[in-house]
Ligand binder design. Structure first.
Ligand code: PHE
Length: 457
C-alpha cells in the first residue's frame, strides 16, 4: 500500500516494503557477495553457516531493532538521536556520525573498481581481467582511471540521494533489489550446473569437523560476529537514520526479521555461486578461496574466463555486485547528508554538495594511496586499509558497545520495547532483547575489539 507519509521531522518512506527494501539494500553489499562466501569456506562450511544463523536471529536482531527503534522514536539522525536519549552520551553521537564519513569515500572507490570490471566484461574483454593479477595491480596503480570510476560511482550515488527519500532511495531500491535477487538466483543456478560443482556445494554447506578444536570454534564465532555486524550495516548510524524515516504503523519486529532474511539469503546464495565456481576452476583447491580481496578482482575473473559463457556470467555478476554496492553507498551517503541537514539546518541539495566535496577529498586519498602516494603509510597501512581498519575494527565496535550500555543499562531495554509496541500488540522477543543488550552484545563487542590484539600476540 502506498501512502504519502510525513513524520514530524522529515519526509520518510512511503511504504513498509520501501523501507524493508532500502534497509536490505544497505545491508546487502560487498560483504555478502565477496566476504561471506570466503569466510564460510575458511571456517568449516556448514558450521560457520549454523553459527552465523544463530547469531543473526539473536545478536544481529537485537542490535538492528535497537537502532531502528532509536531512529523511529526520536525521528532524528544519529547526532540528534543519541543526544535526545542522554546528554552524557553526546560524544557517542559524534563517534557514530564519523563512521559513515570515513566509510562512504573509500566504499565509493571500491564501487569504482567494480564499475571498471563491469565495463571490461560488458565490452567482451573479460578474459584480460584475470591472469596473475597484473590487470588489477596496473589498474589501481595508475591514478587516472580509478579516479574517473570513483567519480562516476560517487556522482550516481549523490544523484539518488539528492532526489530524496521517497523519490530517490525508495524508488531505486524497489527497482534494484528485485533485480539483484533475480540475478543472484540466476547465476547460482548456472554455476550449480557446472561439472564438478557438487563437490564445492558439499564443501560449502556440510559441516567440516576435521581438526575442529575449541580454539577454532572461538575463532569461527569471532569471525561470524564481525561479519554479521558489518553485513547488517550496524553501528554507523545508518539504521538509526532509516528508522527515523519509518512509518509509525509498520511492525518493527517483522521488518527487522525480513531485512535479516534478505541479507542472509543473499549471502548464502552468493556462496553458492562463488564456492562451487572456484572449486571447479581450481580443481578442488580450497586455497583459491582464501585469496582475500583478490578473490573478487583476480580469482573470479579467471574463473569466468575458464567457464563456458563466462563473459556473460561475468558481466551479469559484476552488474549484481555494482547494484549491491550502490544501494549500500546510497545508505551511507544519506546518513551523512541527514546529519548535515539536521545539524546545520541546510536543505538536501546543499547538504549533498558538501558531502560530495568531503567524499572527493577523502576518496582521493584512497585512490592515490595505491598510485602516486603508494609510499605513504599510516600505522603501516595504505589509506584505504587504514580507513577500513579504524572504522570497522575500532570505531564501530565502540559505537555498538556504548549503544548497548546506553540502552541496556542507562535508559533500559523498555526504551526499545515501548517503540516496538507502538506498531504491534505484543513483543515476543522482549526477554531476548534485554539479555542480548545488557549482557551478550557488550561481551561480544569487547571480544571483537580485542581479537586483533590477541591474534597479534
Ligand atoms: N552492509 C554492507 C555489506 O554487507 C556493508 C556496508 C558497510 C554498507 C557500511 C554500508 C555501510 O557489504
Amino acid at each position: 500500500m502506498e501512502t504519502n507519509h510525513e513524520t514530524a521531522q522529515k519526509s520518510g518512506f512511503g511504504s513498509k516494503l520501501g523501507f524493508i527494501l532500502a534497509a536490505a539494500g544497505s545491508a546487502v553489499g560487498l560483504g555478502n557477495i565477496w566476504r561471506f562466501p570466503y569466510l564460510a569456506a575458511k571456517y568449516g562450511g556448514g558450521i560457520f553457516l549454523l553459527i552465523y544463523l544463530i547469531l543473526a536471529v539473536t545478536f544481529g536482531f537485537s542490535l538492528m531493532i535497537t537502532e531502528i527503534a532509536i531512529g523511529r522514536k526520536t525521528g532524528k539522525s544519529v547526532i540528534g538521536a543519541y543526544a535526545d536519549i542522554s546528554k552524557k552520551f553526546s560524544p557517542l553521537c559524534w563517534l557514530a556520525a564519523f563512521v559513515p564519513v570515513i566509510i562512504t569515500p573509500y566504499y565509493c572507490v571500491i564501487g569504482g573498481w567494480v564499475l571498471k570490471y563491469l565495463l571490461t566484461f560488458v565490452t567482451g574483454q573479460g578474459s584480460t581481467a584475470g591472469g596473475d593479477g597484473a590487470f588489477f595491480s596496473s589498474f589501481i596503480g595508475r591514478a587516472g582511471q580509478p579516479t574517473v570510476c570513483f567519480l562516476i560511482f560517487l556522482l550516481v550515488t549523490a544523484l539518488v540521494v539528492m532526489l530524496g527519500v521517497q523519490k530517490g532511495i525508495e524508488r531505486i531500491s524497489k527497482f534494484m533489489m528485485p533485480v539483484l535477487v533475480l540475478l543472484t538466483i540466476g547465476i547460482a543456478v548456472y554455476t550449480l550446473t557446472l561439472d564438478g560443482a557438487a563437490a564445492g556445494v558439499k564443501y560449502y554447506l556440510l559441516p567440516n569437523l576435521e581438526g575442529f578444536t575449541a580454539e577454532k570454534l572461538l575463532k569461527t564465532v569471532a569471525a561470524a560476529m564481525g561479519q554479521l555486524f558489518y553485513s547488517m550495516s550496524l553501528a554507523m548510524g545508518i539504521m538509526v537514520t532509516y528508522g527515523s524515516y519509518m512509518r509509525k504503523e509498520d511492525s518493527l519486529e517483522q521488518s527487522v526479521r525480513q531485512i535479516e532474511i534478505f541479507d542472509t539469503g543473499i549471502a548464502i546464495l552468493a556462496g553458492l555461486i562463488i564456492v562451487p565456481a572456484v572449486f571447479v576452476f581450481s580443481g578442488g583447491d580450497t586455497n583459491a578461496l582464501n585469496a582475500g580481496p583478490s578473490l573478487m578482482f583476480i580469482t573470479l575473473p579467471n574463473v569466468f574466463g575458464s567457464m563456458t559463457g563466462g563473459q556473460v556470467v561475468g558481466a551479469v555478476f559484476f552488474v549484481l555486485v555494482a547494484l549491491a554496492a550502490m544501494t549500500s553507498s546510497i545508505s551511507l551517503m544519506e546518513t551523512v547528508v541527514s546529519i548535515i541537514m539536521e545539524k546545520f539546518g541546510l536543505k538536501r541539495i546543499p547538504a549533498c554538495i558538501i558531502t560530495v566535496l568531503c567524499c572527493l577529498l577523502l576518496g582521493m586519498l584512497s585512490v592515490l594511496g595505491y598510485s602516486t602516494w603508494s609510499n605513504v603509510r599510516l600505522i603501516g597501512m595504505q589509506f584505504l586499509d587504514f580507513f577500513d581498519f579504524i572504522s570497522n575494527n575500532i570505531m564501530m565496535p565502540v559505537v555498538a558497545l556504548l549503544t548497548c550500555i546506553l540502552i541496556g543499562w542507562v535508559v533500559k531495554p523498555e526504551y526499545v520495547e515501548d517503540e516496538v509496541l507502538v506498531s504491534q500488540k505484543s513483543f515476543r522477543a522482549r526477554m531476548l532483547l534485554s539479555v542480548m543488550l545488557r549482557y551478550v552484545c557488550p561481551v561480544c563487542m569487547i571480544i571483537i575489539l580485542l581479537t586483533p590484539f590477541v591474534t597479534e600476540i
